[in-house]
Design a protein around this ligand. Structure first.
Ligand SMILES: Cc1cc2nc3c(=O)[nH]c(=O)nc-3n(C[C@H](O)[C@H](O)[C@H](O)COP(=O)(O)OP(=O)(O)OC[C@H]3O[C@@H](n4cnc5c(N)ncnc54)[C@H](O)[C@@H]3O)c2cc1C
Length: 459
């Protein structure tokens, strides 16, 4: 039997493991999390027993249950290893940390289903306590049944703002406002194409907005100059509304959502080529439609191309079939073709959404220089700009990292890397893709020193 390793037990990894198990394989499914589910199908902590139905609403809960039921049906044929953090991939082996130990897992086929995390926009006050990423705010709610504050502002450029705000309201939290940096006209322009590709998803999204409005939540489109106020804790947000008037809203917590960034470091370390995607403004693994990235290397879900939960599950199934087909198995042709068509539609939908909720790169020239860019190393936007405009200053992000330490801290640039590239390109007046991307570095996430040392002495 071939040794098939999947990293990530979200919708993509769970669906792939299911297909492989149904075809007689016993895949190893690694995830750093305690329970399967990934971001969207996150299983609440049993200690707090947050009710997923209450948080997610009827449709979300039905999908959540269906995803977990399908996985439960194959569970005994999958070698699921929770709390296993994959921290690098080298020469056909995955390096995994579990508590203070490291071990290596050799593979014949590796499927990366590592998902995505929030994308950061440097703005004044984003590091003040009480400011969370949108995903962090959602994770706390789904996992622990806890809220980030009592009166929360949701701000940024993302369709998930509306969903998360609604989830908070369902849990009884006051939503002070939803502040959307994109203009309503941009969303209207995107609507016909979105309605053609995934009408149900679009109407669900419009439903979230309508429910918030019906509940009296102020929704402002086209806001700018956003800043969080407060010292020991967030006390409010300041911004300009679409007419240019200054406004202030009091709150005790802020959830910032500026889209997603794919987790691509392991793909990079495993040898996949990455290509620049102008819509998502980031570098993604160069994979074929079924997720092949190289010999024995596959990618699925948001870590391959940001597409949402249904696309993640479909791409997981397709990647599993690709692994089986590359091993000589016969895979179901008709189902494969229909899933490929559905995946294409869902990814086009996501692309349309990404254009409608564009990352506000045009804010950068007006962002104050003392705004933190890299919070691990305390590097400001002004610090990067100064370095970039000196004679022989850096013209690519890896050089900028070496000269400024931006992206050199605990997060390895996973959070500030894209913003650093945007800021560098903006300062130098260069197209974003020309300043490159931060190279993947091991360990991709912080691990105990003991685990690193154990890896160095291992034969
Ligand atoms: C923060 C956040 C909130 C979201 N909220 C919503 C929402 O409310 N509604 C919605 O429709 N969509 C939401 N999305 C999008 C949706 O969650 C994704 O489209 C979907 O979950 C993607 O599935 P996936 O399997 O590709 O990745 P994920 O569900 O992200 O799963 C990836 C898994 O990989 C694991 N992993 C990653 N790196 C490693 C590693 N190095 N070692 C071990 N394990 C690793 C993670 O622990 C995780 O369990 C959200 C996305 C994010 C990032």
């Amino acid at each position: 039997m071939r040794r098939i390793v999947i990293i990530g037990a979200g919708p993509a990894g769970m669906a792939a493991a299911g297909v492989l198990a149904e075809h007689g394989e016993r895949p190893i499914l690694l995830d750093e999390a305690e329970r399967p589910g990934g971001q969207i199908w996150r299983t609440p902590s049993p200690a707090v027993a947050a009710d997923p139905g209450r948080v997610l609403g009827r449709t979300g809960a039905a999908e959540h249950v269906a995803g977990h039921d399908a996985f439960a049906a194959v569970r005994d044929r999958v070698d699921h290893r929770p709390r296993h953090l994959a921290w690098t991939v080298q020469n056909g082996e995955v390096f995994v940390a579990r508590e203070n130990e490291t071990r290596t897992i050799p593979y014949d086929a590796l499927l990366l289903a590592t998902g995505a995390t929030d994308r950061l926009l440097p703005l004044p006050g984003w590091t003040i306590p009480g400011v969370f990423s949108l995903g962090g705010a959602q994770t706390l709610l789904k996992d622990q049944g806890a809220a980030i504050g009592r009166r929360v502002v949701f701000a940024g450029a993302s369709p998930l703002l509306y969903l998360a705000a609604l989830q908070y309201r369902r849990m009884g939290v006051e939503v002070a406002a939803v502040l959307d940096t994109t203009r309503f006209a941009e969303k209207l322009r995107a609507m016909p194409a979105l309605a053609r590709t995934a009408p149900r998803t679009l109407s669900r999204g419009l439903g979230y907005m309508a429910k918030l409005r019906a509940g009296g939540v102020p929704i402002l489109h086209g806001i700018s100059a956003l800043a969080v106020e407060g010292t020991a804790r967030a006390e409010g947000v300041r911004f300009r509304d679409a007419s240019g008037a200054e406004q202030r809203i009091a709150c005790d917590a802020v959830a910032l959502g500026f889209g997603l960034r794919a987790e691509t470091q392991l793909a990079d370390l495993a040898g996949a080529a990455l290509r620049f995607d102008p819509d998502f403004r980031q570098w993604l693994p160069a994979a074929d439609a079924e997720g092949r990235c190289g010999p024995g290397l596959y990618a699925a879900g948001d870590g391959c191309a940001i597409g949402g939960a249904e696309a993640a599950a479909i791409s997981g199934r397709l990647a599993a079939w690709a692994i089986l087909a590359d091993g000589g198995a016969v895979v179901p042709g008709a189902e494969r073709a229909s899933l490929l068509a559905r995946l294409d539609a869902l990814r086009r939908f996501q692309r349309g959404l990404t254009r409608a909720f564009a990352w506000p790169a045009h804010w950068l020239p007006d962002t104050p220089p003392d705004t933190i860019l890299c919070r691990c190393e305390g590097i400001t936007l002004g610090g990067l700009r100064d370095a970039a405009t000196r004679p022989l200053g850096p013209r690519d992000v890896n050089r900028a990292k070496a000269l400024t330490r931006c992206g050199m801290g605990r997060c390895q640039g996973r959070f500030c890397g894209l913003a650093t590239a945007e800021a560098l390109a903006d300062t130098l007046g260069l197209p974003l893709e020309t300043v490159g991307r931060l190279r993947g570095q091991a360990p991709v996430k912080p691990i105990p020193l003991d685990a690193t040392l154990a890896a160095e002495v291992a034969p």
